[in-house]
Write a protein that binds this ligand. Structure first.
Ligand code: ASP
Length: 316
């Protein structure tokens, strides 16, 4: 099958007015990643290119437009994995980085696997990645959400709707975590995920997104996975690796995605979604929230096929 790429823009409840911008954002990200693959770039470069577009788009909870934590600050997490080399790079709780996925990529190319907070930002400077003013990442919409307490995490329980329930999905989330998976012309697989986490989270809280095997995973010749949803539950279930395990056991990419979401719901009563790609470029996408934003493109398609709720391109 050859080249293929899928992106997602989070799983939750996208109110009608946000479905079209989310669909359009995913479409643009898939097109950016596809351009890299088409020109002979690696799967790793393609997923990074796709995520950069989504981190720049304030429709999504990643980079600029991230949810604010309980103190009204953006704290972002991201992770990337090269399925061929099994190199992993992750960053967590970064506040002054415009594109956390780029910093995660620099970590992947270093001896480290996971760097957090000020140490990760120090590493950014050492790697030639400029730091930004944290205010650049904050949008008026998120300031307003934070000030109104919408989507805030309950101080007592640590979540917004009971154990395992993701605040995004029980409140009306309007945007989500982003992710991408790809396979390139040399059969290399890669996965990347980036997030501002959950609205009103405790300072220092880290979800599944930067944790390999939980928020993302890629392994040659099995496949690549990126997840979104109740971070704590995805960590408990190591859901991205679990989905890859279903591929290994012979399930199709779509069946693997569905099986992972089923076990997430059955075992820990949680919500979310994931995208799955096998080494041949077959893709799967499953979620148990009202909507999930995603787009995919593979060889033979003239343009990405993108959808979010009722907003969808005509069938590819
Ligand atoms: N999984 C992310 C986290 O827990 C949030 C999300 O995907 O919406 O930080």
């Amino acid at each position: 099958m050859g080249l293929a790429l899928i992106v997602h823009g989070g799983a939750g409840r996208f109110v009608t007015a946000r479905q079209e911008p989310a669909r359009e954002g995913c479409r643009a990200a898939a097109a950016a990643g596809w351009e890299v693959l088409r020109r002979g770039g690696t799967a790793l470069a393609a997923v990074e290119a796709a995520i950069i577009v989504l981190e720049d788009d304030p429709e999504f909870d990643a980079g600029r437009g991230s949810f604010l934590n309980a103190e009204g600050r953006v704290q972002m997490d991201a992770g990337v994995m090269d399925g061929m080399t099994l190199d992993v790079g992750s960053v967590a709780c970064v506040e002054r980085v415009r594109h956390p996925v780029v910093l995660a990529g620099a970590v992947l190319r270093s001896p480290h696997v996971l760097l957090v907070g000020p140490g990760a930002e120090k590493f950014a400077v050492e790697s030639g990645i400029p730091l930004c003013d944290p205010a650049e990442l904050v949008t008026p919409e998120e300031t307003e959400r934070w000030a109104s307490g919408r989507g805030a995490v309950d101080d007592e329980t640590g979540d917004a709707g009971g154990r395992g329930q993701h605040p995004d999905t029980v409140r009306d989330t309007e945007h989500g975590t982003v992710g991408a998976v790809a396979v390139d012309g040399a059969g290399r697989l890669a996965a990347a995920t980036s997030t501002g986490g959950i609205a009103g989270k405790h300072p220092g809280r880290i979800g599944d997104t930067p944790l390999v095997g939980c928020g993302f995973y890629a392994e040659h010749p099995i496949g690549a996975v990126s997840s979104t949803g109740d971070g704590e539950a995805f960590i408990r279930m190591m859901l991205a690796r679990r989905a890859a395990g279903y591929l290994e056991a012979g399930l199709t990419a779509q069946a693997a995605a569905e099986a992972a979401i089923r076990v997430l719901a059955d075992r820990v009563g949680a919500q979310g979604g994931l995208i799955v790609l096998d080494a041949a470029g077959h893709f799967g996408c499953a979620w148990n929230t009202p909507e999930m934003a995603c787009a995919h493109i593979s060889e033979g398609m003239a343009a990405p096929y993108a959808r979010c709720g009722d907003a969808a391109d005509s069938e590819p």
